[in-house]
Design a protein around this ligand. Structure first.
Ligand SMILES: Nc1ncnc2c1ncn2[C@@H]1O[C@H](COP(=O)(O)OP(=O)(O)OP(=O)(O)O)[C@@H](O)[C@H]1O
Ligand SMILES: [Mg+2]
Length: 241
């Protein structure tokens, strides 16, 4: 479904992604772990074309996203959920959810409202449909952000530290929603420092260090039998999984 080949990204003289190679198959729940600053967010942002790579290929359903075409059609099939939710503060919950499908003319307004209502009811947030993000808790905001992505019917969702801005008691409601979506067959890439969550939830895990994928394997291999010294050191420092 997604194949990344020799991906490179620099900011000025600083090379952040040196040579990333990664394959994501349909239904994979891929966790990406690694020290702060190693380039995890930059990698997700390149996949979603929020950053323009300096080289390499990102092949999504036979379409190489690293060229000068606009790829609007492909982009909307790649959802993204951010640490800071990134909801539009001046729009209600409902308006946030229907904004993309109606603006891009993928859905008629009535249909979008109907679908958004259905999705909000599923996660017990319909009562908040006409509230503004500032009136919501972090966990509620993040679940709305996930629903906003889901209404676009993405083929893959990228999560960049979806729970790290949340109070501990709200983490569960967000991870439960992620589990539910995963069960429905969604392909996901998740960057997180929550090692327990990555260990128990992800089918595969990639360890990034210094702009490359240093080690990759099943969750069990990565956490119980790490091979490279950098990964061993990283896990020993975290030690909470
Ligand atoms: N727009 C930018 N301009 C310049 N440098 C950037 C930019 N975005 C990221 N960087 C740099 O790239 C490096 C990798 O950043 P990135 O945010 O991808 O790391 P990360 O692995 O997500 O870290 P964290 O775990 O702290 O979120 C950092 O040194 C960062 O300062
Ligand atoms: Mg980051």
């Amino acid at each position: 479904m997604l194949e990344i080949k020799n991906l490179k990204k620099s900011f000025g003289k600083k090379t952040v992604l040196k040579d990333i190679n990664l394959i994501v198959n349909k239904g994979d729940i891929l966790g990406i772990i690694g020290p702060s600053g190693c380039g995890k967010s930059t990698l997700l942002r390149c996949i979603n074309l929020l950053e323009k790579p300096n080289g390499g290929e990102i092949i999504f359903e036979n379409d190489n996203l690293v060229d000068n075409k606009s790829h609007i059609e492909t982009r909307r099939r790649i959802g993204m959920v951010f640490q800071q939710f990134n909801l539009f503060e001046h729009m209600t919950v409902l308006e946030n959810i229907i904004f993309a499908p109606t603006t891009l003319k993928i859905m008629k307004k009535d249909d979008a409202i109907k679908k958004a209502t259905e999705l909000l009811k599923e996660i017990d947030l319909f009562d908040l449909a006409n509230h503004y993000p500032s009136e919501l808790s972090g966990g509620q905001k993040q679940r709305v952000a996930i629903i906003r992505t889901m209404i676009m019917k993405p083929d893959i969702i990228l999560f960049d530290e979806p729970t790290s801005a949340l109070d501990p008691e709200m983490i569960g409601e967000v991870t439960n929603l992620m589990r539910k979506i995963a069960k429905e067959g969604m392909t996901m890439i998740i960057v997180s420092h929550e090692m327990n969550f990555i260990k128990n939830f992800c089918t595969r895990v990639a360890f990034m260090d210094n702009g490359i994928i240093k080690e990759e394997g099943t969750s069990k291999q990565i956490f119980e039998n790490p091979k490279c010294e950098e990964l061993k050191k990283f896990l020993s420092k975290i030690n909470n999984y």
